[in-house]
Write a protein that binds this ligand. Sequence first.
Ligand SMILES: Cc1cc2nc3c(=O)[nH]c(=O)nc-3n(C[C@H](O)[C@H](O)[C@H](O)COP(=O)(O)OP(=O)(O)OC[C@H]3O[C@@H](n4cnc5c(N)ncnc54)[C@H](O)[C@@H]3O)c2cc1C
Length: 508
Amino acid sequence: MKTRAPSASATLNRRELLGAAAGLAGLSWPARRALAGERWDLIVIGGGTAGLPAAIFAAEHGRVLVIEKSAMLGGTLDRSTGQVAAAGTVFQQARGISDSPDAHYDDIMRINEGTSDPALTRLFVDHAGPTLNWLAANGYTVAPGHPVTGDAHDHYTVARYQWGTPGGWSIYRAMEPQLQRALESGHITTVLGSSAIELIQAPDGSMGGVVVEDASGQRIDYRAPRVLIASGGCASNPQLFEALHGVPLYAQVAHPNSQGAGLLLGLAAGGHIRGGDKYATLLGAIPADERFPSAPVGIAALNATLRQPWEILVNVHGQRFCREDHPSVHALEVAAAAQPGHRHWAIFDQRILESAPPLSRRWTREQQLQVLRNNPAFSSADSLGVLALRAGLDPQGLLRTVAAYNEALTQRRPDPFGLEHRPLPIVQPPFHAIRMQGWTLVSFAGLAVNERLQVTREDGRAIPGLYAAGEVIGAGATSGRAYVNGTLATSALTFGRLLGQTLLTADR
Ligand SMILES: Cc1cc2nc3c(=O)[nH]c(=O)nc-3n(C[C@H](O)[C@H](O)[C@H](O)COP(=O)(O)OP(=O)(O)OC[C@H]3O[C@@H](n4cnc5c(N)ncnc54)[C@H](O)[C@@H]3O)c2cc1C
């Protein structure tokens, strides 16, 4: 069976070119051409977070071909902040932190309310520690003071979460020497700037190889009995994203090649897609304009552990819907996802604007004013009624909401939503509103796989020789309907490494 995936884009953006320059600086492998008639033990589609460890470890046992759509390797590691989490790491040992995969599993399931796949989450936590230790043995280091219990998302109960320095690219750098050795020895061959567009299957459904198209449109069939789809998710493909999640792609933040090609390849090979219902929203994206997807001009830290709120949050009806300083970011995200259009407006007055710390950790107050002044998401008015009209809110609803908030505060009564940090009432004109958007940077829907990471049909039967790892199996697989610190990059690395270690050593 063959299917056509979205066509390759030959255009490289500036970031890709810069990344290519950075990535290739240390790599100088012989430019070996993969020939059409050659047979490989494994073809990896996508040389990114999951694909590279898979190729590196599989190359110890056979010949591996990596097909990569970009002109560079590394995938989303070029932009990921590189937040990773695992139990039993050398970083924990160095700080005397006791942890276990069981505790990691329990924390993930507590934060995502038991919504990730139990078998895949188990597989992930059991192998995540050795994966980070492998990176550490190859020079990967973490930020000072890490591991910590958390940062942007709900915290773990144990410090097992860390950022690489510098960011996600530090993970690529740690893999680079092994990658280079395997490239030089010919155990890994890469085909860069080319897209996997079809899977070649025997009549019984088993894998036979991959049809690849280069930037000029030339096609070559590459043959292998095993194919690993590691081509990332679909969070740069608005149509496919919305079709799979039932929610528009509000923000464009993902790698441009996260077009969902692997999802379509797996689907056409007989696999099925699950997990769109696990869509979870992040908070506080300030969109650049009215269009979707939009590149946010900033992300407000609607997270009491990072910044105590001075503003109230309302929906399009002008009604509050959450305790703004709720200790659980996940709880806030769930509340925001229940609002029309996943939109939320921060409402405040002039005194708050002049007194509160900037909404984003990345801004000074001056930068914040500069960003907001030119942004259609920012509205101001001398009365709350006019503010509501300018911001697109229900005026009566907003008037009632602000009156109730101010009354409870000035009369020293508890806030109706339990908000504890309420330093100032909203009384001094001009009044301000910032329209914010719920958003995501990953796709939650993905190819169904079993606990051996084999792509499965709807009846649960595995497609012989077809595997998937990384975001193509859906962020929901290990993160569930939530954002759990470090769960995505770490599981992509972990599952890639695990497949690389096992695929060519056992008759799977
Ligand atoms: C800005 C940003 C920050 C993030 N930060 C974090 C974080 O800190 N912690 C965390 O846990 N998660 C984070 N994530 C999510 C996480 O980084 C990703 O889920 C993970 O890196 C995906 O890995 P992958 O291997 O599936 O895909 P990628 O790393 O994107 O690799 C896929 C590769 O496949 C290639 N490709 C695509 N289509 C084809 C095709 N048809 N043929 C050949 N090649 C193809 C792509 O070019 C790419 O190189 C972040 C995501 C983003 C966008």
